[in-house]
Design a protein around this ligand. Structure first.
Ligand SMILES: CC(C)(COP(=O)(O)OP(=O)(O)OC[C@H]1O[C@@H](n2cnc3c(N)ncnc32)[C@H](O)[C@@H]1OP(=O)(O)O)[C@@H](O)C(=O)NCCC(=O)NCCS
Length: 158
């Protein structure tokens, strides 16, 4: 259970994000690199790092374990209007360290984003990422079939 994991929560904007923390977060994203490859999107380290450190308005909530290592994190833009008709909280990344999965950390991160979101929440997930899709469905997200493609689903929570 989360309470036994002694997670400390940190929240900051991308401008205030420590470089080491950024790299730890990047390394968690990198763990699903095979899914990027399988989806056809491919993996370019420079591009992913640039997105993670330079997206305007990006916010991070990071769960840190008792060894001061990143156990999980979510990054998102509140009231994003790029590519959306209505403002939406767009989740860029949501990751839990493989050894910590199944302990409700993903649920804890999503609960924090839901508490901050002023409108809908939107995210994209690879169709091959069955576990994440199951997780998002349990969180009340549904697929927006108008913009989804065979490889990438857009899911939203209203
Ligand atoms: C998807 C992810 C964030 C879920 O986080 P988590 O902390 O493991 O999830 P939780 O413990 O909060 O579990 C919530 C639900 O997720 C699903 N889930 C959790 N562990 C699972 C597992 N081992 N197998 C299948 N489903 C699982 C279950 O539906 C679970 O509900 P339940 O506990 O009532 O059965 C996590 O698996 C992860 O980091 N995956 C890799 C990164 C990723 O793909 N991110 C999404 C990018 S779009």
């Amino acid at each position: 259970m989360t309470s036994d994991l002694k997670i400390q929560w940190e929240a900051c904007s991308v401008r205030g994000l420590d470089k080491d923390r950024l790299l730890e977060c990047y390394n968690l994203v990198r763990k699903i690199r095979p899914l990027y490859i399988a989806s056809g999107e491919g993996w370019v380290k420079k591009q992913k790092l640039a997105e993670m450190e330079s997206t305007p308005g990006l916010e991070y909530i990071i769960g840190v374990n008792s060894s001061d290592k990143v156990a999980c994190f979510v990054s998102f833009v509140l009231d994003d209007t790029d590519d959306h008709d209505e403002p939406t909280t767009f989740i860029y990344e949501l990751h839990v360290s493989p050894d910590m999965r199944g302990n409700k950390l993903g649920t804890a991160l999503m609960t924090k984003v839901k508490a901050l979101a002023r409108h809908s929440i939107t995210l994209r997930v690879f169709t091959c990422n069955k576990r994440a899709i199951k997780f998002y469905r349990m969180q009340g997200f549904t697929v927006d079939s108008t913009i989804s493609t065979p490889a990438v689903l857009f899911m939203s929570h209203v």
